[in-house]
Design a protein around this ligand. Structure first.
Ligand code: CA
Length: 230
């Protein structure tokens, strides 16, 4: 099995090499970038990155913006934000931009590795091996062509609807808040836009459910959001 590959984005060379050395010692393959711009460039051609560690304070675009841009490209890699203790207040913002977890500086290598391993477990098979298709019940999502088939028949989706489907299939049987959906699909943390989630879910149900009035796949989690089940 291939080594798990981690991207480390940190502008301070001493911290970056501390992380890199410890991850390599723990058996990870590591690639590194010292700015968000470099990281985006690297992600364009580097295959198989499973988890990215993003320092919050970076020159140029910061960790939040980097996270948002990675997610807006449809990437499903795991993202852990690295923040200073004084930035605790930013936790919510970070999770809104699509980060999966948070590690506060200073951290021990053991703690960091534990969090990376936990994230890998949560991501499951999604980031491993063949990521070009996701299957669930009668559905087959092709992430390379961005298409959806139901029982072998093509379902015509808008890009937004496709992205919602991908997010569902990557997180099956998990209650997803409307806020998370807004953040993951639209890259927005603007609560006044939550309605757009519901509108798109309604349209998507019409396209994919056997009976949109009694949805079987996209379930409503009352007062919270939605859940995919097949
Ligand atoms: Ca920094």
């Amino acid at each position: 099995m291939a080594k798990k590959k981690i991207l480390v984005v940190e502008d301070e060379a001493s911290i970056r090499s501390f992380i890199v050395i410890n991850l390599e010692r723990a058996g990870y393959e590591v690639c590194e970038a010292e700015s968000g711009e470099d990281a985006l460039e690297l992600l364009r051609h580097e295959q198989g990155v499973g988890v990215a560690l993003l320092d919050l304070m970076l020159p140029g675009i910061d960790g939040f913006e980097l996270c948002r841009r990675i997610r807006s490209g449809g990437s499903k890699i795991g993202i852990i934000m690295l923040t200073a203790r004084t930035q605790e207040v930013d936790r919510v913002t970070g999770l809104m931009t699509g980060a999966d977890d948070y590690v506060t500086k200073p951290f021990s290598p053991t703690e960091l590795i534990a969090r990376i391993d936990a994230l890998y477990r949560r991501l499951g098979d999604v980031v491993s091996e063949d990521t070009s298709s996701l299957r669930s019940g009668p559905f087959l999502l092709n992430t390379r062509n961005r298409t959806l088939d139901k029982d072998g028949k093509r379902v015509r989706l808008t890009q937004v609807e496709y992205t919602i489907m991908q997010y569902f299939l990557e997180n099956p049987d998990r209650a997803i808040s409307r806020e998370d959906m807004l953040s993951a699909v639209w890259g927005s943390s603007n609560m006044s836009e939550l309605k757009i989630v519901d509108v798109n879910i309604r349209r998507l149900r019409i396209k994919i459910e056997d009976n949109p009035a009694d949805p079987k796949y996209i379930r409503t989690v009352w007062g919270y959001g939605y859940k995919w089940s097949d």
